[in-house]
Design a protein around this ligand. Structure first.
Ligand SMILES: [Zn+2]
Length: 553
């Protein structure tokens, strides 16, 4: 009797950083290596990734990295992962094309073994046999995984929604899932992102009528902003533009790149004579052009923000323009988007948001999709994955209340770092680790130590005080009054005598030191720091970073 261990490194109890180890005996495969968008961005952090050092204990067991799809929260940490563990990677052709882009940024294209796989291909990797199942999502060429092990079959949904009529490609391959369900599935690891949303997630085609209506009633320029990875949406814009005799100009680096990659692979079908370069777009009448641009989240470096607040390559939002924001608000971006909308209004543009019209649909399974998934696969155990704890919890509650045969024993909530052991008839968490995460500055692809981020936070909240004291080498007496300078410290008025009191207090502390204390300079420096810290806290309640220096002359 063997057992399987499911060990998530990220993506469970948080949004992003999806990464999971699946272990049997002394073999482990990894599913996805995603990045996250941490709250610490104001402190010079661009992205976060799971701390892959956690996998050191399994280093000899790692056999392969499987990517479910090409979203950044599933492949964004790929270069960092492969620098540490250079495993063979298995992914769809579009996922690989997107991964290539990231790997070439890190100049590591030549060192990586990429296996291009297609839906219904089966990879035999040690004791694991993995079938790639065509899944529908906001991106294309996405997989759910059927992972056969000697203990039983695990289904990992990846990100999914059940879309029978996507814009690009076929609907979700529920037939293959059902086949596994008939054979018997041990555990279903399922996307929880939309587990709080009732009903079914609409098909990607559902946005077409609203787009057609907007195009039919708009005379000015149309600017559509969406995620550059939302390929179904890009296809809709191309098709609707073509049928209303508008040409499409694509702006923004990631949007241009994705349109190029997806058309090269034949996934995106740009209608003949529809794509137009920026230069030529300027010669067209307002009712002959659509700009498809990056920046739906209000990103300050993206095309749309620049068009709204000033100009992007000479283009600016003006009266008569209609801007369609065809994307959801990613949590944390509300303010940036609000600011963006304000700028567009200020410059005379009209805005159409998803709140008002059906111009965006989610890429994730809502509750009724979750029900279909669970009933199709009929697993012994369900493990909610991908989402904040609230979503995982609601996923569990929904299944318990709406799918027969599921209860607290067979719907299992786990968190990052848990080791979930699954045998033929049981499942439970046997151990929990603290995996942690690593912050990255994407300019130099450098890691930023957590201590540095903490220091930056402290500086931002409390400001900085530098203290310099000069003492006589021989007598160990102060040669001059302690110098105190401050940056960004609240509550200190230079005129109210605070500085003088602080200087006197420090001078007193130096005087109170014994001659032998001065043998250890680090000790007196630290003592003075603590002394000043307590003094400031007592007097004004502030907690600045204090940097003391002791000079002997
Ligand atoms: Zn996704």
């Amino acid at each position: 009797m063997g057992k399987i261990e499911i060990i998530p490194l990220g993506g469970i109890g948080e949004f992003g950083m999806n990464c999971m180890g699946i272990r049997f005996d002394d073999e482990m495969i990894i599913v996805d290596a995603g990045m996250g968008f941490p709250e610490e961005t104001p402190y010079g952090v661009d992205i976060s990734i799971p701390n892959f050092d956690f996998l050191d204990q399994y280093a000899d067991e790692l056999t392969a990295l499987i990517l479910t799809h090409g979203h950044e929260d599933h492949i964004g940490a790929l270069p960092y992962f492969l620098k540490k563990f250079n495993l063979p990677v298995y992914a769809s052709r579009f996922t690989i094309a997107l991964a290539d882009k990231r790997l070439s940024e890190h100049k590591m294209m030549d060192d990586v073994l990429l296996h291009r796989v297609e839906a219904n291909d089966v990879s035999k990797i040690g004791s694991f046999e993995i079938e790639y199942i065509h899944a529908s999502h906001s991106l294309v060429d996405c997989f759910s995984l059927a992972i056969k092990t000697p203990v039983g079959t695990i289904i990992h949904t990846g990100d999914y929604k059940i879309d029978e009529t996507p814009v690009i490609g076929k609907g979700y391959d529920l037939q293959t899932l059902k086949k596994y369900g008939d054979e018997g599935v041990l555990a279903l690891l399922a996307d929880s992102t939309n587990a709080t949303v009732a009903g079914r997630t609409p098909s990607e085609q559902a946005v077409i009528p609203a787009f057609e209506e907007i195009f039919s009633t708009t005379e000015g320029r149309i600017i559509v902003s969406t995620f550059s990875s939302s390929l179904h949406r890009l296809q809709v814009v191309f098709d609707v533009a073509h049928s209303f005799n508008r040409r499409v100009c694509v702006l923004g680096r990631s949007m241009l790149k994705n349109v190029e990659i997806a058309s090269d692979l034949g996934l995106l079908k740009v209608p003949h004579n529809t794509l137009v370069e920026l230069g030529e777009s300027r010669t067209l009448d307002d009712d002959e052009i659509v700009y498809m641009v990056t920046g739906s989240q209000g990103e300050s470096r993206a095309a749309l923000w620049n068009m709204a607040s000033g100009s992007y390559k000479g283009l600016a939002i003006e009266k008569g323009d209609t801007v369609i924001l065809s994307a959801r608000i990613i949590p944390g971006n509300d303010r940036a988007i609000s600011r963006l909308i304000g700028e567009i209004y200020k410059h005379g543009g009209n805005i159409i948001e998803e709140k008002r019209r059906l111009i965006h649909v989610s890429g994730h399974a809502s509750q009724e999709d979750i029900k279909i998934m669970t009933e199709t696969v009929r697993p012994k155990f369900v493990v909610p994955i991908h989402g904040e704890y609230r979503m995982l919890f609601r996923h569990k509650e929904f299944i318990k209340n709406h799918v027969a045969g599921y209860n607290d024993e067979n719907v299992i909530l786990i968190e990052n770092g848990d080791v979930l052991e699954i045998g033929k008839d049981y499942a439970g968490v046997v151990e929990s680790f603290d995996v942690g995460k690593i912050f990255i500055d994407e300019n130099g692809f450098d890691e930023i130590d957590y201590e540095i981020v903490r220091e930056r936070k402290k500086l931002a909240f409390g400001g900085l005080i530098t203290l310099v004291i000069t003492i006589d080498k021989e007598t160990k007496e102060l040669k001059s009054a302690p110098q105190i300078t401050m940056q960004g410290v609240a509550g200190i008025d230079p005129l109210n005598g605070f500085l003088k009191e602080a200087q006197e207090s420090i001078a007193g502390a130096v005087l109170a030191m014994k001659p032998e204390d001065f043998k250890n300079k680090n000790l007196i420096t630290e003592n003075l720091r603590v002394h000043l810290k307590r003094f400031i806290q007592r007097e004004i309640g502030a907690k600045p970073v204090i940097v003391p220096t002791v000079v002997e002359i």
